[in-house]
Write a protein that binds this ligand. Structure first.
Ligand SMILES: [Zn+2]
Ligand SMILES: [Zn+2]
Length: 188
């Protein structure tokens, strides 16, 4: 297990992902339309069907050393919260809108070194010729991720999160809801 630094592209926001290893998280390439839309919305880059690489772990594994006050958050389809930074706009983390389900997806392109998390272990929402989608390993996605969240809930570790005020259950920044015009420009 390795502690891996991360940073937004402009360097204003810096932090650490603790205990990174292929067995302590899930390195996934997600091809869902919501991830694609979130990247297009925040960066202007359309990844099309190539997918977004995330490392799914629990929020207690994340801490910020600089620029935590630059965290901003918006609502994305599928009722997900997407944390971005206000300095350069980059998306950093994805999670459900409650701290009690201790799961966060870290954008791996912002990790200083991806070696510790190993190669992509599974692909989610892979587009199929008939227009549907499938996952390469349902067990890995739902088994490992759900299990880690459950353990964090039972042990109380879910309360160690830099993303929520656990007393109120509210995110640390006000949640922005993209306007109808902004949403209309996204591929959903
Ligand atoms: Zn996705
Ligand atoms: Zn930045």
């Amino acid at each position: 297990m390795t502690d891996v630094p991360f940073s937004c592209p402009c360097g204003e926001v810096k932090g650490t992902l603790y205990g990174a290893a292929p067995t302590s998280g899930n390195h996934v390439r997600c091809c869902c339309s919501a991830c694609r839309a979130a990247v297009l919305y925040t960066t202007g880059v359309d990844l099309e069907d190539h997918g977004v690489e995330l490392y799914q772990t629990t929020p207690d594994k994340i801490s910020f050393q600089h620029g935590q006050d630059k965290l901003a958050v918006f609502f994305s389809p599928k009722k997900l919260l997407r944390f971005r930074v206000s300095c350069c706009g980059a998306p950093l983390f994805t999670m459900l809108p409650t701290p009690k389900f201790a799961l966060t997806g870290v954008m791996t392109n912002l990790l200083a070194d991806k070696t510790a998390i190993g190669p992509v272990a599974m692909e989610a929402f892979i587009p199929q010729p008939d227009g549907s989608s499938k996952h390469s390993s349902v067990m890995r996605l739902y088994g490992g991720t759900m299990w880690r969240a459950l353990v964090a809930r039972v042990t109380g570790r879910w309360k160690q999160t830099p993303f929520f005020d656990v007393d109120t259950g509210r995110p640390v920044a006000e949640v922005y809801i993209p306007t109808a015009e902004e949403r209309a420009r996204l591929p959903l």
